[in-house]
Ligand binder design. Sequence first.
Ligand code: AMP
Length: 238
Amino acid sequence: MKKGTGLGLGVVKDVDTGTMPRTALILFGSPGSGKGTQAKLLRDCLHIPHISTGDMLRERIAAADPLGTEVRELMGAGRLVPDEVVNRLVEERIAQPDCRNGFILDGYPRTIAQAEVMTGRQQRLGYTPVVIHLKVDYNVIVARLTGRRQCPQCGTLYNLASHPPKNAGSCDLDGTALVIREDDREEVIRERLEAYERQTRPLLEYFARNGSAFFEVEGTYEKPQVIMQRICALMLRR
Ligand code: AMP
Protein backbone atom coordinates (compact mmCIF):
# COMPACT_ATOMS: atom_id res chain seq x y z
CA MET A 1 0.00 0.00 0.00
CA LYS A 2 1.40 3.40 -0.88
CA LYS A 3 1.76 6.07 1.77
CA GLY A 4 -1.03 8.58 1.80
CA THR A 5 -3.65 10.15 3.96
CA GLY A 6 -6.14 7.34 3.59
CA LEU A 7 -8.38 9.14 1.16
CA GLY A 8 -5.91 8.71 -1.60
CA LEU A 9 -3.65 11.75 -1.72
CA GLY A 10 -1.21 9.16 -3.01
CA VAL A 11 -3.65 8.52 -5.86
CA VAL A 12 -3.80 12.20 -6.70
CA LYS A 13 -0.03 12.35 -6.97
CA ASP A 14 0.18 9.28 -9.17
CA VAL A 15 -2.48 10.50 -11.57
CA ASP A 16 -1.03 14.02 -11.76
CA THR A 17 2.49 12.84 -12.48
CA GLY A 18 1.25 10.55 -15.20
CA THR A 19 2.61 7.36 -13.63
CA MET A 20 -0.82 5.74 -13.95
CA PRO A 21 -2.27 5.11 -17.39
CA ARG A 22 -4.75 7.72 -18.61
CA THR A 23 -7.90 6.22 -17.19
CA ALA A 24 -11.55 6.41 -18.13
CA LEU A 25 -13.24 5.47 -14.88
CA ILE A 26 -16.69 4.25 -15.88
CA LEU A 27 -19.25 4.32 -13.07
CA PHE A 28 -21.86 1.78 -14.02
CA GLY A 29 -25.13 0.99 -12.29
CA SER A 30 -28.87 1.44 -12.20
CA PRO A 31 -30.45 4.91 -11.81
CA GLY A 32 -30.21 5.65 -8.08
CA SER A 33 -27.15 3.47 -7.50
CA GLY A 34 -25.11 6.50 -6.42
CA LYS A 35 -23.05 7.10 -9.57
CA GLY A 36 -23.40 10.88 -9.37
CA THR A 37 -22.52 11.03 -5.67
CA GLN A 38 -19.51 8.78 -6.15
CA ALA A 39 -18.35 10.68 -9.22
CA LYS A 40 -18.29 13.95 -7.28
CA LEU A 41 -16.36 12.39 -4.36
CA LEU A 42 -13.93 10.64 -6.71
CA ARG A 43 -13.35 13.81 -8.70
CA ASP A 44 -12.09 15.50 -5.54
CA CYS A 45 -10.00 12.47 -4.63
CA LEU A 46 -8.49 11.63 -8.02
CA HIS A 47 -8.40 15.16 -9.46
CA ILE A 48 -9.84 14.14 -12.78
CA PRO A 49 -13.07 15.67 -14.15
CA HIS A 50 -16.55 14.24 -13.69
CA ILE A 51 -18.44 13.84 -16.95
CA SER A 52 -22.17 13.28 -16.45
CA THR A 53 -24.16 12.83 -19.65
CA GLY A 54 -27.35 13.46 -17.63
CA ASP A 55 -26.00 16.87 -16.50
CA MET A 56 -24.85 17.75 -20.03
CA LEU A 57 -28.29 16.87 -21.37
CA ARG A 58 -29.99 18.98 -18.67
CA GLU A 59 -27.81 21.89 -19.82
CA ARG A 60 -29.13 21.37 -23.35
CA ILE A 61 -32.68 21.45 -22.00
CA ALA A 62 -31.91 24.75 -20.26
CA ALA A 63 -30.62 26.13 -23.58
CA ALA A 64 -34.17 25.50 -24.93
CA ASP A 65 -32.99 25.04 -28.54
CA PRO A 66 -34.59 22.37 -30.83
CA LEU A 67 -32.24 19.66 -29.53
CA GLY A 68 -33.01 20.72 -25.95
CA THR A 69 -36.72 20.36 -26.63
CA GLU A 70 -36.28 16.85 -28.05
CA VAL A 71 -34.10 15.86 -25.09
CA ARG A 72 -36.66 17.24 -22.62
CA GLU A 73 -39.40 15.06 -24.11
CA LEU A 74 -37.33 11.87 -24.00
CA MET A 75 -35.95 12.50 -20.54
CA GLY A 76 -39.36 13.47 -19.21
CA ALA A 77 -40.67 10.10 -20.42
CA GLY A 78 -37.80 8.18 -18.79
CA ARG A 79 -36.40 7.12 -22.18
CA LEU A 80 -32.84 7.26 -23.43
CA VAL A 81 -31.63 10.05 -25.70
CA PRO A 82 -30.33 8.89 -29.15
CA ASP A 83 -26.83 7.43 -29.12
CA GLU A 84 -25.47 9.92 -31.70
CA VAL A 85 -26.40 12.88 -29.49
CA VAL A 86 -24.75 11.47 -26.37
CA ASN A 87 -21.69 10.15 -28.24
CA ARG A 88 -21.07 13.59 -29.72
CA LEU A 89 -21.40 15.35 -26.34
CA VAL A 90 -18.90 12.94 -24.76
CA GLU A 91 -16.49 13.18 -27.71
CA GLU A 92 -16.44 16.98 -27.44
CA ARG A 93 -16.07 16.95 -23.67
CA ILE A 94 -13.14 14.52 -23.46
CA ALA A 95 -11.26 16.54 -26.09
CA GLN A 96 -10.95 19.34 -23.49
CA PRO A 97 -7.49 19.79 -21.94
CA ASP A 98 -8.66 18.98 -18.38
CA CYS A 99 -9.32 15.38 -19.51
CA ARG A 100 -5.72 14.70 -20.50
CA ASN A 101 -4.94 12.70 -17.31
CA GLY A 102 -8.23 10.82 -17.36
CA PHE A 103 -11.88 11.36 -16.53
CA ILE A 104 -14.86 9.85 -14.72
CA LEU A 105 -17.86 8.82 -16.81
CA ASP A 106 -21.19 8.90 -14.96
CA GLY A 107 -24.14 7.54 -16.94
CA TYR A 108 -22.19 6.66 -20.10
CA PRO A 109 -22.09 4.29 -21.91
CA ARG A 110 -25.72 3.22 -21.49
CA THR A 111 -26.26 1.13 -24.63
CA ILE A 112 -24.18 -1.44 -26.54
CA ALA A 113 -23.93 1.04 -29.44
CA GLN A 114 -22.45 3.69 -27.10
CA ALA A 115 -20.02 1.15 -25.64
CA GLU A 116 -18.86 0.19 -29.15
CA VAL A 117 -18.20 3.84 -30.00
CA MET A 118 -16.37 4.21 -26.70
CA THR A 119 -14.17 1.19 -27.41
CA GLY A 120 -13.17 2.61 -30.81
CA ARG A 121 -12.45 5.99 -29.23
CA GLN A 122 -10.39 4.42 -26.48
CA GLN A 123 -8.20 2.62 -29.04
CA ARG A 124 -7.79 5.84 -31.03
CA LEU A 125 -7.04 8.13 -28.08
CA GLY A 126 -5.15 5.63 -25.92
CA TYR A 127 -6.83 5.56 -22.54
CA THR A 128 -7.59 2.62 -20.29
CA PRO A 129 -11.19 1.97 -19.28
CA VAL A 130 -11.88 0.74 -15.74
CA VAL A 131 -15.49 -0.22 -15.03
CA ILE A 132 -16.89 0.05 -11.50
CA HIS A 133 -20.29 -1.62 -11.13
CA LEU A 134 -22.16 -0.12 -8.18
CA LYS A 135 -24.49 -2.88 -6.98
CA VAL A 136 -27.50 -1.72 -4.98
CA ASP A 137 -30.65 -3.63 -3.88
CA TYR A 138 -33.72 -2.88 -6.00
CA ASN A 139 -35.92 -1.75 -3.08
CA VAL A 140 -33.25 0.66 -1.90
CA ILE A 141 -32.96 2.04 -5.44
CA VAL A 142 -36.70 2.76 -5.57
CA ALA A 143 -36.63 4.42 -2.11
CA ARG A 144 -33.66 6.57 -3.11
CA LEU A 145 -35.20 7.73 -6.37
CA THR A 146 -38.60 8.59 -4.91
CA GLY A 147 -37.00 10.53 -2.00
CA ARG A 148 -34.53 12.43 -4.13
CA ARG A 149 -34.52 16.24 -4.13
CA GLN A 150 -32.12 18.55 -5.95
CA CYS A 151 -30.97 22.14 -5.67
CA PRO A 152 -31.76 23.74 -9.04
CA GLN A 153 -29.02 26.31 -8.38
CA CYS A 154 -25.91 24.25 -7.52
CA GLY A 155 -27.05 20.70 -8.37
CA THR A 156 -26.51 19.27 -4.85
CA LEU A 157 -28.55 16.09 -4.32
CA TYR A 158 -30.41 15.25 -1.11
CA ASN A 159 -32.50 12.32 -0.01
CA LEU A 160 -35.41 12.69 2.38
CA ALA A 161 -34.54 9.38 4.09
CA SER A 162 -30.76 9.08 4.01
CA HIS A 163 -29.41 12.59 3.45
CA PRO A 164 -32.06 15.23 4.26
CA PRO A 165 -31.25 18.95 4.04
CA LYS A 166 -30.68 20.73 7.39
CA ASN A 167 -33.68 22.99 6.77
CA ALA A 168 -36.57 21.09 5.20
CA GLY A 169 -37.00 22.02 1.56
CA SER A 170 -33.94 24.22 1.06
CA CYS A 171 -30.35 23.71 -0.02
CA ASP A 172 -27.71 23.63 2.76
CA LEU A 173 -25.22 25.44 0.53
CA ASP A 174 -27.20 28.33 -0.93
CA GLY A 175 -30.71 28.18 0.58
CA THR A 176 -32.44 27.69 -2.79
CA ALA A 177 -35.79 25.81 -2.64
CA LEU A 178 -35.22 22.15 -3.56
CA VAL A 179 -37.09 20.53 -6.44
CA ILE A 180 -38.08 17.03 -7.57
CA ARG A 181 -36.35 16.39 -10.86
CA GLU A 182 -38.85 15.95 -13.67
CA ASP A 183 -37.54 12.41 -14.27
CA ASP A 184 -37.82 11.47 -10.57
CA ARG A 185 -41.65 11.37 -10.76
CA GLU A 186 -42.91 7.91 -9.92
CA GLU A 187 -44.19 6.85 -13.34
CA VAL A 188 -40.99 8.11 -14.97
CA ILE A 189 -38.85 6.24 -12.42
CA ARG A 190 -40.56 3.02 -13.52
CA GLU A 191 -39.69 3.76 -17.17
CA ARG A 192 -36.08 4.62 -16.31
CA LEU A 193 -35.62 1.36 -14.41
CA GLU A 194 -37.11 -0.57 -17.33
CA ALA A 195 -34.81 1.22 -19.78
CA TYR A 196 -31.90 0.22 -17.55
CA GLU A 197 -32.90 -3.45 -17.55
CA ARG A 198 -33.56 -3.54 -21.29
CA GLN A 199 -30.79 -1.37 -22.72
CA THR A 200 -28.08 -0.85 -20.12
CA ARG A 201 -27.74 -3.98 -17.98
CA PRO A 202 -26.71 -6.06 -21.07
CA LEU A 203 -23.50 -3.99 -21.08
CA LEU A 204 -22.25 -6.12 -18.19
CA GLU A 205 -21.85 -8.95 -20.68
CA TYR A 206 -20.26 -6.60 -23.18
CA PHE A 207 -17.63 -5.50 -20.64
CA ALA A 208 -16.90 -9.14 -19.73
CA ARG A 209 -16.50 -10.14 -23.41
CA ASN A 210 -14.37 -7.12 -24.08
CA GLY A 211 -11.88 -7.91 -21.32
CA SER A 212 -12.28 -4.45 -19.68
CA ALA A 213 -10.91 -4.04 -16.14
CA PHE A 214 -14.08 -4.61 -14.14
CA PHE A 215 -14.89 -4.38 -10.42
CA GLU A 216 -18.13 -4.83 -8.50
CA VAL A 217 -18.63 -2.62 -5.47
CA GLU A 218 -21.50 -3.17 -3.01
CA GLY A 219 -23.26 0.17 -2.71
CA THR A 220 -26.41 -0.61 -0.70
CA TYR A 221 -25.49 -0.17 2.95
CA GLU A 222 -22.33 1.88 3.46
CA LYS A 223 -22.02 5.65 3.56
CA PRO A 224 -20.87 7.28 0.30
CA GLN A 225 -17.45 8.18 1.77
CA VAL A 226 -16.76 4.53 2.63
CA ILE A 227 -17.75 3.36 -0.85
CA MET A 228 -15.57 6.06 -2.37
CA GLN A 229 -12.55 4.91 -0.33
CA ARG A 230 -13.12 1.38 -1.57
CA ILE A 231 -13.11 2.55 -5.19
CA CYS A 232 -10.00 4.67 -4.58
CA ALA A 233 -8.23 1.63 -3.13
CA LEU A 234 -9.12 -0.37 -6.24
CA MET A 235 -7.66 2.36 -8.41
CA LEU A 236 -4.47 2.43 -6.30
CA ARG A 237 -3.95 -1.29 -6.62
CA ARG A 238 -4.00 -1.24 -10.40
P1 AMP B 1 -28.99 10.55 -15.28
O1 AMP B 1 -28.86 11.91 -14.70
O2 AMP B 1 -27.67 9.90 -15.59
O3 AMP B 1 -29.90 9.64 -14.46
O4 AMP B 1 -29.72 10.72 -16.69
C1 AMP B 1 -30.98 11.31 -16.80
C2 AMP B 1 -31.57 11.03 -18.18
O5 AMP B 1 -30.71 11.55 -19.20
C3 AMP B 1 -31.71 9.56 -18.55
O6 AMP B 1 -32.90 8.99 -18.01
C4 AMP B 1 -31.75 9.63 -20.06
O7 AMP B 1 -32.99 10.14 -20.53
C5 AMP B 1 -30.70 10.71 -20.34
N1 AMP B 1 -29.35 10.14 -20.47
C6 AMP B 1 -28.29 10.32 -19.63
N2 AMP B 1 -27.22 9.67 -20.07
C7 AMP B 1 -27.59 9.03 -21.20
C8 AMP B 1 -26.92 8.17 -22.12
N3 AMP B 1 -25.64 7.80 -21.95
N4 AMP B 1 -27.62 7.72 -23.19
C9 AMP B 1 -28.90 8.07 -23.39
N5 AMP B 1 -29.59 8.87 -22.58
C10 AMP B 1 -28.94 9.35 -21.48
